[in-house]
Design a protein around this ligand. Structure first.
Ligand SMILES: [Zn+2]
Length: 367
């Protein structure tokens, strides 16, 4: 008996050492992957925080994204969204929110300029790839979260495009002039896209600007699908079959997005991932959502949109410095290097580049 116990103890020590070696091996492989391939997070609310770090008006943890943290975590690029609270649908509010959004964009541009040794702004996939190749600076891309900022004026879409925004999230949690939202569905809303919303989608197609369906209602998604000529895109959403939350996408919606060649960028954070306590929510829960989409529609339709500084994050993904923990978990689940390349940016870049190609074809009269 004693002999057996000694043998068991010896085996245990061996197993622990082996597990440690294998964790180190996974992290080494993750390091290689993050160096080799472009890595993109398509949604954070960091600009709003960095523009006003002293504000106490924050309901969620902040400070999850800085350029040094991006470097540390092997994250090359991120979409920094200008987030707009939904306000009244009247002209004075529409005008003031537009001015607010432009001011925030300019403030954040100044922040990036003040950190020009650490970061650079990109407006095209080509610029993103060039900066990745140079490997020195964190890549900043702009987005607008909530089409409320364009009010009822199509020309304002062009203004946001010219200011560098490359996607617009059509709505936030409430109905606006463009469409209905998923979170607080309005039975007296538009029943999906409004007539103005249809024009918005067409103009965004013409500009090569991505139409972001995160926060949109199912009827909005269906209406956009009928009109848009570009692949569908959700910048920060998760799977409703796993976590029953109105903001999450149903399997039917995931299939619809995939059928257009589109991509679902999975959000992080307990609210969209799991009912487990916050203290137990980990990248394993995130990986369950990634697995679900992979099994449902294939690995070509998944990416990451953390929602950092807007409710994202978990115990082993507290901030940008821990991005490689996701890669380690996916490697453990048998994801191939090719699938990881696709997840970390390949899929999203395909959608962005196709959206730009659509604009070119529209301009040539081919679409
Ligand atoms: Zn959001």
């Amino acid at each position: 008996m004693k002999k057996f116990l000694m043998l068991a103890a010896a085996l245990c020590v061996f197993c622990a050492a082996d597990a440690q070696t294998s964790d180190e091996a996974y992290m080494k492989k993750a390091d290689e992957i993050h160096k080799k391939y472009l890595t993109i997070d398509t949604h954070n609310d960091t600009a709003m925080y960095l523009n006003h770090p002293d504000s106490d008006d924050w309901s969620v943890a902040k400070g999850q994204v800085t350029f040094p943290l991006m470097k540390e975590g092997g994250l090359d690029a991120a979409f920094f969204a200008i987030y707009l609270d939904q306000g009244p649908l009247r002209d004075s509010s529409r005008d003031s929110v537009y001015r607010f959004a432009m001011d925030e964009l300019n403030l954040f541009k100044k922040y990036v300029a003040d950190h020009k040794d650490e970061a650079a702004i990109a407006c095209t996939p080509k610029e993103v790839r060039k900066l990745k190749k140079e490997g020195k600076k964190s890549i900043v891309i702009f987005a607008l979260e909530n089409g409320y900022g364009i009010g009822q004026d199509l020309a304002k879409i062009d203004s946001f495009y010219q200011a560098g925004c490359r996607y617009i999230t059509l709505c936030h949690n409430y109905t606006n002039d463009i469409c209905d939202a998923s979170r607080y569905y309005n039975p007296n809303g538009h029943g999906g896209l409004s007539a103005f919303g249809e024009q918005v989608v067409r103009r965004m197609n013409e500009l090569g600007m991505m139409v972001d369906l995160s926060h949109a209602s199912t009827s909005t998604l269906e209406d956009v699908m009928k009109i848009t000529k570009a692949p569908l895109f959700a910048s920060h959403s998760a799977v409703r079959a796993i976590k029953d939350h109105p903001r999450n996408l149903t399997d039917e919606e995931i299939k619809a997005i995939a059928s257009t060649g589109g991509v679902i960028q999975i959000a992080t954070g307990r609210w969209c991932l799991t009912n487990a306590p916050k203290s137990e929510t980990s990248v394993k829960h995130l990986a369950d959502h990634i697995d679900h989409i992979k099994n449902l529609v294939g690995p070509e339709h998944i990416g990451l949109g953390t929602d950092f500084d807007g409710g994202g994050g978990m115990i082993d993904l507290k901030d940008c410095s821990q991005m490689k923990n996701i890669t380690v978990e996916l490697l453990k689940r048998g994801y191939t290097e090719k699938e990881l390349e696709m997840f970390w940016g390949g899929n999203f870049m395909r959608v962005w580049e196709e959206t730009i190609e659509v604009a070119r074809e529209i301009a040539k009269g081919k679409k």
